[in-house]
Design a protein around this ligand. Sequence first.
Ligand code: DON
Length: 307
Amino acid sequence: MNVETLDELIAKNKVYCSMGANASYIPALASVNPNQLGISLYHIESKELISAGDALVKFAIESMSKVPALLLAIEDNGLTTVLEHINTEATGFAFNSPLNMEINHDKHPLNPFVNIGAIETTSLIKGNSPDTRFSRLLTFVKEICHDESISLNEEIYESESKTGDINRSLAYYLKGNHMLSGDVDSILEVYFKQCSLNVTTVNIAMMASVLGNKGVKPWDNKRLISEESATLVKSVMTTAGLYDESGEFSAHVGIPGKSGVGGGLMGVAPNKYGIGVFSPPLDKSGNSLAGMKLLKDVVEELSLNIF
Ligand code: DON
């Protein structure tokens, strides 16, 4: 794919920016310019990066941070232990719904990408203070995204924390049911901070390329995570990466994906491309509307559908 084709696909899909709405429950996200659409693709074999549109705009990683948090929790505890705390089931409910817990009367959250499972995942990251745990996660994010400059967006963090009562209720639900060890406020501090990291589509494409390359960083051929961990995460992305819209996404886009309410979308084309997309207006499930349309076109153009 060349940049001209990518530019054409951006122009074609920009119209969808006006058909969604920025996340409004976090004020700092509501005020982001909605008329933005950008994409980066990193080719695993050739190591070529191509970008178009608003590819270098910084935006909040939000729920895409649940991917590196899960990878670090697995590195810290082993896959078996993590899966003793969190299931890997699909959800038919919204990302922040308590039903992701109660519906089957299970002892564990449905999966690591719905908020209740993500809070549980973050609690498994090792460190003796919230600062240490967040700093370990930030170091890991910088490494998997191949960018030392990634940092916390303080304004988003303030906003997340101030408006985070549903997440507080989910964390207390876990704690009250003896499923969360540690202090709720400390765990949520790390969770709110991980969601508030500033990234670009290039960062997301690089992270996706590590998953697509079975855990080995394509840019230096060094292994960062185990193949087993990369495989598990891609499979949960396929069934739950876009919450109650994961089925539609699999059927119509056809690669493992993970969204964030900042408008980010990560796509993994195994052994081929890591893809990062950004467009702030969301659909009703909290996924980037123009971002999904653009990703679908790119996947079709490059014949990347894994099914
Ligand atoms: O926990 C929250 O509500 C946000 N910080 C993250 C949610 C999110 O990104 C859902 N994704 N589409």
